[in-house]
Design a protein around this ligand. Structure first.
Ligand code: PRP
Length: 204
């Protein structure tokens, strides 16, 4: 049915279905979290953060590129004034086997000494990226550092990281959309979707 619609509108097209937007192409298996569910969760997270940081001059630090869409929605749902900044990182070694050491491609623009910092991530998987970033940022002597992640895959965890604000706990499936990619594709899907294993099995 969905794929009939893709045929009708052409590939690389969003098609509406009951749950939200349908696949951009036939590599999408299903919608895991529809946009309406994400919107509701983002609102809840933003309210909790706004309450906890009231009067504290919060700096939200988004980790590019995956967190961009989540971050953009989160800051706009906040009911307190916040500042924001971005970091871009890349894992050393092969992408499928993270070493836990990340290279900073773009650092924060702001000095965080004495600041309250909230790291914003799209997904916590092994935890290695955030564990490393926490160490680096704590050495800069902020007043506090906390973590907000839209998605959490606890079954993949290698190091324990304290996720202070978590949106959804999800199973160990390859998810794309709402900022998350496969080979830089699908980031602009409005829903979080599961990629068909066949789509990436041959690429590994
Ligand atoms: C993803 C995600 C986190 C990291 C989580 O980034 O955005 O930064 O992986 O994985 P970990 O918990 O196993 O360390 P990715 O390297 O895919 O880059 P992207 O954000 O540009 O898509």
């Amino acid at each position: 049915m969905l794929y009939d619609k893709i045929k009708e509108y052409g590939p690389n097209t969003f098609v509406k279905c009951e749950e939200g937007a349908a696949p951009l192409d036939q590599n999408i298996e299903r919608v895991l979290i529809p946009k309406a569910g994400i919107d509701q969760k983002v609102k809840e997270l933003a309210l909790a953060i706004s309450k906890d940081y009231a009067g504290k001059n919060l700096l939200m630090a988004g980790i590019l590129k995956g967190a961009m869409i989540f971050m953009a929605d989160l800051v706009r749902a906040a009911t307190i004034g916040v500042q924001f900044d971005f970091m871009a990182v890349s894992s050393y070694g092969s992408s499928s086997q993270s070493s836990g050491v990340v290279r900073i491609i773009k650092d924060l623009d702001q000095n965080i000494q004495g600041r309250h910092v909230l790291l914003v991530e799209d997904v916590v998987d092994t935890g290695l990226t955030l564990n490393y970033l926490l160490e680096i940022l704590k050495a800069r002597e902020p007043a506090s550092v906390a973590i907000c992640a839209l998605l959490d895959k606890p079954s993949r965890r290698v190091v324990d990281v304290p996720v202070d604000y978590n949106g959804f706990v999800i199973p160990d499936e390859f998810v794309v959309g709402y900022g998350l990619d496969y080979n830089e594709q699908y980031r602009n899907l409005p829903d979080v979707c599961v990629l068909k294993p066949a789509a990436y099995a041959t690429a590994k």
